[in-house]
Write a protein of this length. Structure first.
Length: 64
């Protein structure tokens, strides 16, 4: 199965901030890491601050 794009990952969860960890897990699974651009896209797509996305991504050791 080819990797999903960021937009495909966000499509099902747009404007659902409670899905942040799941979205980050999907990005990690598809890309092997979470880039700054991906964090910005997630922030806009879920309607959460970039700082919140960064805080969650840097807190969990499983995220790179």
């Amino acid at each position: 199965m080819p990797p999903q794009t960021l937009e495909q990952i966000l499509e099902r969860r747009r404007s659902q901030p409670d899905q942040l960890i799941e979205v980050l897990q999907d990005i990690q699974e598809n890309y092997g890491y979470i880039s700054e651009k991906a964090m910005q896209t997630v922030s806009q797509g879920l309607g959460v601050s970039l700082m919140e996305v960064y805080r969650v991504a840097s807190f969990y050791k499983a995220f790179r």
